[in-house]
Design a protein around this ligand. Structure first.
Ligand code: IMP
Length: 450
């Protein structure tokens, strides 16, 4: 299989993991390149539900090598818990999960600082996953981070912890009025964690380049979604990494020429968890900044609530309800361009069954300007954008048993075809249910095409 990237092209939660799971069968290596335990990748295999946060989804396929690249921020405590759970369920990672020596480590001060900062923002909060992602990436860029290579070296670990707490504890106590952290207990816990992870830590830049040189194929597993990209997303309501395929090279050490093709994943409607602009959201009033994390449920009117319930739209990491809205072709065109997507996988089409009418947003209007394939740069403008919809007839049939495009009702086929037309690439996979086999694979299977 050519080296392939699977990337979410909305606000995350596009059901990427199940697409990765299908393609992983034909790859030699499955590689995460950005993000951290903010991700919640769900795969259902024969009624067994797996939720991955840091471990690449490919671990479910025996014999595949899985890599956590240098671009991630790794919570080592969470990683050990995730591995313990997988091992208990019979998934063996021995000798096939490798962690970059250069990935950044999420430490207790990252979570403490994030919790304090989010609380202090009040109604302006981002609604983060509180996994320490932003503060850890901030340390990376400020060149004050702690990397896997330090975690597994007790001397480095001690030195960095002490230096960091000299700075962090006054901020926690004096700026935020929070409790200080204790260096000794952090050192004792993390030195033990480092010792456990040491056998898996290696130079993944070399591992990956050697693998590619010897003809092995790599599947890149994106996390979050492109509209949460730190550079291209709805800033500042974004995550702190490059979630687009553009993040692959800096997050792995593989040169751009090794990325052969990109499969974008789009849900058949849109969702967003956390605060931030969402032009096609199904709400009766214009977007206002969230002042609590429970606000979505109260504001969802009928159709949004239906999609939320039918689609199980609750965060896999935090359990928060996801805001729901109509398919946004403006955003999808933008992210198709950003990623250079060669094709898309359209997921959760079955969730739209039963709607009398389905809508697609084809343009926004803001202050007399029309947007069709790019987004305005500011949140203020995005909040003022009026979505322009086209309406199509819905379909009443349940479609979860369809395995070919032709088995879909004509209205569902027309909906998919219209999306393809609007974004300019074809939907090579269409998911019609959460199970591994509830998938329509078109044109003989994108995974085997060169
Ligand atoms: P952070 O990544 O925890 O800093 O959160 C920043 C924003 O990204 C918040 O709106 C989160 O809800 C959102 N976010 C982070 N990870 C995911 C994900 O995997 N799926 C969907 N949203 C996410």
């Amino acid at each position: 299989m050519p080296n392939t990237c699977v990337v979410g092209m909305q606000w995350g939660d596009e059901a990427k993991a199940r697409i990765v799971d299908v393609l992983a069968a034909d790859a030699d290596l499955v590689v995460r390149y950005q993000g951290g335990a903010n991700a919640g990748h769900t795969v259902i295999v024969e009624d067994e539900k797996y939720i991955f946060h840091l471990v690449p989804t490919g671990i479910l396929h025996a014999g595949k090598t899985c890599v956590v690249g240098n671009g991630l921020v790794v919570d080592p405590r969470g990683l050990l818990e995730e591995l313990a759970d997988l091992r208990e369920r019979g998934v063996d990672d021995e000798g096939r999960l490798w962690l970059s020596l250069r990935c950044q480590i999420v430490m207790p001060w990252h979570r403490a600082l994030e919790a304090a900062a989010e609380a202090a923002r009040g109604s302006e909060k981002i609604g983060t996953t509180l996994r320490g992602i932003g503060p850890c990436y901030s340390d990376k860029i400020a060149r004050t981070g702690l990397r896997m290579a330090d975690l597994i070296r007790p001397h480095n670990l001690r030195k960095i912890i002490d230096g960091k707490l000299d700075f962090v504890n006054p901020v926690l106590t004096k700026v935020y009025g929070a409790d200080p952290l204790d260096g000794d207990s952090i050192y004792n816990e993390y030195a033990a964690i480092g010792a456990k992870l040491k056998p898996m830590a290696c130079d993944t830049i070399k591992l990956l380049n050697d693998a590619v040189s010897s003809g092995k194929s790599v599947l890149f597993e994106g996390a979050q979604g492109c509209l949460l990209d730190i550079d291209f997303g709805t800033y500042p309501y974004v995550t702190s990494s490059n979630t687009t395929a553009c993040g692959i090279s800096p997050g792995t050490g593989l040169a751009p020429k090794h990325i052969d093709r990109v499969l974008g994943v789009l849900k058949a409607y849109c969702t967003r968890v956390g605060a931030g602009p969402f032009p096609t959201e199904l709400v009766e009033q214009p977007f206002q900044a969230a002042d609590s994390l429970d606000w979505q449920a109260e504001r969802l009117p009928h159709i949004g609530a239906q999609l939320q319930t039918k689609g199980g739209e609750f965060g896999a990491t935090t359990g928060r309800p996801r805001r729901c809205g109509w398919f946004d072709a403006v955003a999808a065109r933008y992210t198709t361009t950003l990623n250079g997507a060669d094709a898309v996988a359209l997921t959760k089409l079955d969730v739209l069954s039963g709607q009398p009418v389905v809508k697609i947003c084809n343009a926004y209007e803001c202050d007399g300007v029309r947007y069709e394939g790019y987004l305005p740069a500011t949140v203020d403008e995005l909040d003022r954008c009026e979505p322009i919809y086209e309406e199509m007839p819905g379909w009443q049939e349940e479609i979860s048993d369809a395995r070919t495009f032709e088995q879909l009702p004509a209205a569902a086929q027309a909906y998919v075809s219209r999306i393809e037309e609007l974004i300019g690439v074809s939907a090579e996979m269409i998911s019609v249910g959460p199970e591994r086999d509830q998938l329509i694979i078109r044109n003989g299977g994108w995974h085997v095409q060169a």
